[in-house]
Structures are given as structure tokens and as C-alpha cells.
Write a new protein. Sequence first.
Length: 185
Amino acid sequence: MYTLYIDTHDKELVFVLFRDNEVLAQKRRVSEKHSKYAISLLDEILKDNKITIDDVGEIIVVNGPGSFTGVRIGCVIAKVISYTKKIPVKAISYLQAEALSYEGEVIVGIADKNGVYGGKFDREHKLLGDYFYLSKEEYKNYKEKIIIEGKIDLNKVYLYMKDKDSINPHVLKPIYVKRLEVENG
């Protein structure tokens, strides 16, 4: 069975195919225009591996946090494929995916020009409380260490998500970095 991993939360579009619990192939493209390149990159990874979307048994999508357009593109692609092809979909935040690379309790974050969007994860990599947003000033005075945009281990993400339940594609929700800024005025 193939698993398709989709991550459009940042400037880099990432599509990964897993087979037999291992990364089979990856396609990446740095772009400011996810809407222009996402479908063609998906098509490339499928064609290069001589499969069709019907060969995919499940989808893992990074649902943010990220820019409004970037995160929506990945989520919409996952939702449409899941719904139309009846392929199970699972969602993970980039922050949780990143937390999987660390042992023990960890705080990870994504910086933007105004501050840091972050989350604290326990030893089992579950979010403690809610995601938070710190302004630059708040971040500068924050007492705990926040790992800012480290790298994720795709194999750890796959293994972590392997036993998770799929979700109804209609309830798949993007997490936007800017949303907290808007909500907090």
C-alpha cells in the first residue's frame, strides 16, 4: 500500500510517497505559487513511480500552521482526493510532526515577521494545552526554550500516524499562523 504525504504549510511544497513503511520517493519545490505547482508536483510523483491516485491507500496531510493560501491548498488537495476516491485521510500539524524528532517534552515553533506560533508537546508528542502566538517582544522574554523550525523526520511521522484513526475529510481544518493575530486584535 502507498501512503501519500502532503505538506504545503511553508514556501516548500512537499509530496512524499511511502511504501512498506519507508519513504519511496519525494518531490519538493520552493515556490511562492503553490496553486500553480502543487497539482503538477503531485502528478510527477505518481507518474515517476508508475502509479495512479487509485493506488494510494491513505493520505497524511500537514494542516498547518502556515499561510492562509499555502495550508488551504494542501488541505483541499487531501480533502478532494479523500472524498472522491474514498481514501482515508489523517492530519498532523507541522509542529507536532517536528516534535516527533525529539525525546521528552518539547516546545516547537514557527517564526514569522511579527513573532512565533508554537506548541508544547508531551513525551507522547501530544499537544499540551493550545497552540500559542508570541509577539517578538513576548518571545524575547519567554523563559522556556522554543525550537524554531527544526527538521522533521518523515519516517517518524509515518510511524506515528500509522495507527492513528483517519478523519472525515469534511472536518479537516487548516491551522493558519495569522489567525491568532487576527483573533487577538
